[in-house]
Every structure is written in structure tokens, then in C-alpha cells.
Design a binder for this molecule. Structure first.
Ligand code: FES
Length: 226
């Protein structure tokens, strides 16, 4: 009919909306087959995901290096220990060798020494040389003598008790009077006295290498007259 075709040749409404021949409404399944379809680009994003998952193998390499470093550190530590042990042994050997060539000499204080003039000592017991020479200097109204500060029991050094006017041994309790004569405890006899004499200048010389027991106290050299 003439009413369906316009005279100026422009297509009608129905003609413009009509898809090209052979087309028509596109089925849903067709969009997946067509590469130009807007839904097609959805698959490419998976490839970057593969790239992100790739690094783990690369991460294993540092682990291997770390293990190698630890092995190296352990090796260095063992080497240091071996060197330290070797050096210590060599040092001891060298010390022992040198020690062999140097004799063991014990430097003891001389047994013969001067202690001053008789007037330097007052009446009674003077203990100022106990630490240096292990002696006490005793002065009475007529003489001066020196007691070797060694207990006659087992050799301890007694203490002078000024208030008690006696020597008291701290080891087993022996007591000695101001002349060194035992009167209590296990000490079997008096303490010894050391040789004394005056030098040309009048100073007192003590010789501890010469000791006198009570049986010899009357001999020359046991005391100095003052
Ligand atoms: S050593 Fe002095 S009492 Fe025994």
C-alpha cells in the first residue's frame, strides 16, 4: 500500500529500527562467539595474575643464599675457635719453656736486720715489728730481748693482749706471759727468743736464724743489758 512508503524515499520508522538483513536481534550466545563483543576482554586480566604468582620461585633463591651465608659463618666460627685453641696451647707451651729456664727463687726477708736503739723501746712488749719480722721486742728494767712470734704448739702467731698482759694464740687457745712462757692451753713450752747484739753504732741487730729455747736463755746473745 502507498501509505507504507514515504514519497521522499526516507526509510520509515520500522525500516530504521530494523536490523540489517540477516541480522535481527542478537542472541545472547552470539556475544560470546564474537571477539568484538564487549564481554570478550574479561578474560585477559587472568594473565597478570599469573605474573603475580611467578615471584615465589624467585623468592626461594635468597633462601638458598641465606643458608650458604649461615654455613660460611659457622665455618668462620670454627676456624676462629681452632685458631684460639692453637694460640692458647702455643702460649702455654712457650710459658712453660721460659719458666723452665728461670729458677724459682723465693725472696724472703733477711733473717738478720736492725731494729733501732735500745732507748727506742719502753718497758713492756713492743709489737711494731710483728708484721715485718714476726718478732716482739720486750724490755724489762735490766735487759732487752726479742721473742720469735711463733706458738710452740703448732706454729700459729699469737696476739699480744695488752689488757691481760699476755700472748694468746688464736688457734687452740694457748696463753703465754709477757716473757713468752706458756701457762695455759696445749703449748708444751715457752716461745723461742732470737739472737740480739749491738752494732758499733749502738743499734740492735736481730738474727732470727739463731733461736734459743728456755734452756739457753742464760747464754750470751739472748738479751742485751740496758
Ligand atoms: S698453735 Fe697455738 S695453741 Fe695451737
Amino acid at each position: 500500500m502507498a501509505a507504507d512508503k514515504p514519497e521522499d524515499g526516507t526509510p520509515g520508522k520500522d525500516q530504521g529500527a530494523t536490523p540489517p538483513a540477516g541480522g535481527g536481534a542478537t542472541p545472547k550466545g552470539a556475544a560470546a562467539d564474537n571477539p568484538a563483543s564487549p564481554k570478550t576482554p574479561a578474560s585477559p586480566p587472568k594473565e597478570p595474575a599469573k605474573d603475580k604468582a611467578a615471584p615465589p620461585p624467585a623468592a626461594k633463591k635468597p633462601a638458598a643464599k641465606k643458608g650458604a651465608v649461615e654455613v660460611d659463618k659457622g665455618l668462620i666460627t670454627r676456624r676462629k675457635m681452632v685458631w684460639a685453641s692453637t694460640t692458647g696451647v702455643l702460649g702455654l707451651w712457650l710459658f712453660a719453656t721460659l719458666r723452665f729456664f728461670f729458677p724459682r727463687v723465693l725472696f724472703e726477708p733477711s733473717t738478720r736486720f736492725k731494729i733501732g736503739f735500745p732507748d727506742d723501746f719502753g718497758l713492756g712488749v713492743d709489737t711494731k715489728f710483728q708484721q715485718a719480722y714476726r718478732i716482739w721486742v720486750v724490755r724489762d728494767p735490766s735487759s732487752l730481748y726479742v721473742i720469735f712470734a711463733k706458738c710452740s704448739h703448732l706454729g700459729c702467731t699469737p696476739d699480744w693482749k695488752e689488757s691481760e698482759n699476755k700472748f694468746k694464740c688464736p688457734c687452740h687457745g694457748s696463753g703465754f706471759d709477757s716473757e713468752g712462757v706458756n701457762f695455759e692451753g696445749p703449748a708444751p713450752r715457752p716461745m723461742d727468743r732470737a739472737y740480739v747484739e749491738l752494732d758499733p753504732e749502738g743499734q740492735i741487730i736481730v738474727d732470727k736464724s739463731r733461736l734459743f729455747g728456755p734452756d739457753d736463755w742464760k747464754e750470751k746473745g739472748v738479751s742485751i743489758p740496758v
